[in-house]
Design a protein around this ligand. Structure first.
Ligand SMILES: Nc1ncnc2c1ncn2[C@@H]1O[C@H](COP(=O)(O)OP(=O)(O)OP(=O)(O)O)[C@@H](O)[C@H]1O
Ligand SMILES: [Mg+2]
Length: 506
């Protein structure tokens, strides 16, 4: 066996057993999926392989060598490379500078740029990656940045490539491209470990899959013999239906009206350009777009997180253009931010503290002017159960949860605050199929109750399944609007997202 991890146990300092005697085997030249619910221990397992974390017991053999508890530096030397979901590139540097960081070729004591450029170009050509070595990273699309990460790993001689949720931020076109490249890498003898919650992707690209649940090894199977249902059953231990049953929409009055909204960033670049649209009660308005085309800035302006340069926002009959976040929240707008660590949650604070932080001022939770901690904790306990937040208890700090479980804390808080409009920015990114099904149901429930929803998502399947109407953003503008989402298809939306198609503005 090429890679053999046997009886891996990893206990974090707080006592959480993230991997409990896990067995994981990968054959040379295969693409092997690692799957499982949020908190199942996937990231932990690959981090122990890559040397980020030390294991408490078990053994790791790679290519005939015992590599148990080696350092990351040694892992790289042995040909193990990892692409993290959150890119680790220096935005202001050029592609080739990023690729050779820490291993710069030198000539006469100076960094040899020509050699670095040639290295990048050669790898790019060999694997059909089409990356421009001299481009500045900041100007690249998300898909391109990911390719640079892959080149960076390949430049260090990786023979075993670990990808932790690589497709979460890609368009369908970019995902297809990535898959072609991964298949090419496989052909050239590179072995790949692929972590994903998306069963369709795993079916398409992987040879075998290993499932973890609750830190334990559940089993391994050949992908071609497994149906999508079997895979999700295996992961969650029950049947998951990732299709929503949506009654026809019943639109009520206009709840949000946005007129000519423009946002300029610190460099006076217009990230949102004269955007106008409205949302009605009972309507799910999907906003599609490649990351970085103004979707985030737009919704952050609506919620008062960013100051717009000009434009007007009316919400539930009030002009909220100048309101603070607090003022906007009090009018019952909720917000699930894209970056749950930066703006969504306080990582040092307890789960219960995070779950109620938005409503702690409300009289409902006070007894004789003092916080009614008992009642607050009862609510938090209920939300933890409803949203299936995997943790030891509600006292645990949010920072120690797995990526998906942190997300669930934020989603639970925002959905339970009786919003008239919920803005959900990537609500299911990194969420497992079971929790995904639950969050979709909750969004539909809100909409059926006559609440409005703005859904920003890079996952086009999610946009198409949930939205009643769809806006597509490209370079800060609305490139397309589809009043009835059932009249447009995924590939077509992709064309608008990439700027290859555009509707005429009014
Ligand atoms: N640094 C840490 N300290 C303490 N506990 C941690 C730490 N990192 C992860 N955990 C815990 O270990 C368990 C496994 O987490 P891990 O991140 O490996 O899950 P995962 O399968 O990658 O989940 P996800 O799909 O949500 O990314 C979780 O219960 C999590 O709370
Ligand atoms: Mg993870």
């Amino acid at each position: 066996m090429y890679l053999s991890m046997k009886g891996i146990t990893k206990i974090y300092p707080n006592g959480v057993i993230a991997n409990d005697g896990v067995d994981f085997e990968v054959e040379k030249g295969e693409i092997h999926a690692l799957m499982g619910e949020n908190g199942a221990g996937k990231s932990t397992l690959v981090k122990t392989l890559f040397g980020t974390h030390k294991i408490d017991s078990g053994q790791v053999l790679f290519d005939g060598q015992d590599i148990t508890n080696i350092s990351s530096g040694d892992a790289i030397k042995l040909g193990i490379g990892m692409v993290h979901q959150h890119f680790m590139l220096v935005e202001s540097l050029k592609v080739y500078e990023n690729v050779v960081i820490g291993m710069e070729p030198t000539q006469y004591g100076l960094v040899d740029n020509a050699t670095a450029i040639k290295l990048v170009t050669d790898i790019s050509n060999k694997y059909n990656l089409h990356v421009d070595a001299k481009a500045t990273v900041r100007n690249l699309s998300v898909g391109m940045k990911q390719k640079v990460e892959i080149i960076k790993v390949l430049a260090r001689g990786a023979k075993l490539l670990i990808l932790d949720e690589p497709t979460a931020v890609l368009t369908p076109q970019e995902t297809d491209e990535l898959f072609e490249q991964l298949l090419l890498l496989k052909k050239q003898g590179i072995t790949i470990i692929f972590i994903s919650h998306k069963i369709k992707e795993v079916k398409y690209i992987c040879d075998r899959l290993t499932v973890l649940r609750g830190g334990k090894y559940i089993g391994v199977m050949d992908v071609k013999n497994a149906t999508e249902n079997e895979i999700s059953n295996y992961m969650v231990g029950r049947e998951v239906i990732l299709k929503v049953n949506k009654p026809k929409p019943k639109f009520g009055k206009e709840i949000l009206t946005v007129q000519n909204l423009t946002y300029q960033d610190a460099n006076h670049i217009e990230q949102v350009k004269r955007v106008s649209f409205s949302v009605r009660e009972g309507q799910i308005m999907g906003i599609a777009g490649v990351e970085g085309n103004g979707q985030n800035e737009l919704v952050e302006c609506l919620f008062g997180l960013l100051n717009k340069a000009s434009g007007k926002v009316m919400f539930d009959g009030n002009d909220i253009s100048q309101d603070s976040i607090r003022g906007i929240r009090d009018k019952h707008m909720s917000f699930i931010p894209e970056d749950r660590l930066k703006t969504g949650a306080a990582s040092g604070m307890s789960i219960w503290g995070n779950l109620v932080s938005d409503r702690i001022d409300s009289d409902m939770y006070k007894k004789n002017k003092l916080l009614d901690i008992k009642q607050i904790k009862a609510l938090a306990t209920e939300l933890r159960r409803d949203f299936n937040i995997l943790s030891k208890n509600i006292e645990q700090p949010v920072g120690m949860l797995s990526g998906g479980n942190m997300q669930k804390v934020v989603v639970a808080r925002e959905m339970s605050s009786s919003p008239k409009l919920l803005i959900a920015n990537q609500p299911t990114r990194g969420i497992d199929v079971g929790a995904n099904e639950f969050i979709w149901k909750k969004i539909i429930e809100l909409r059926n109750e006559g609440k409005a929803v703005i859904l920003v998502s890079a996952d086009l399947n999610e946009i198409l399944e949930l939205s009643d109407s769809i806006l597509v953003m490209h370079k800060g503008e609305i490139a397309g609007y589809f009043e009835d989402s059932s009249e447009v298809e995924e590939k077509e939306l992709g064309l608008y997202m990439l700027g290859l198609k555009k509707q005429k503005g009014e």
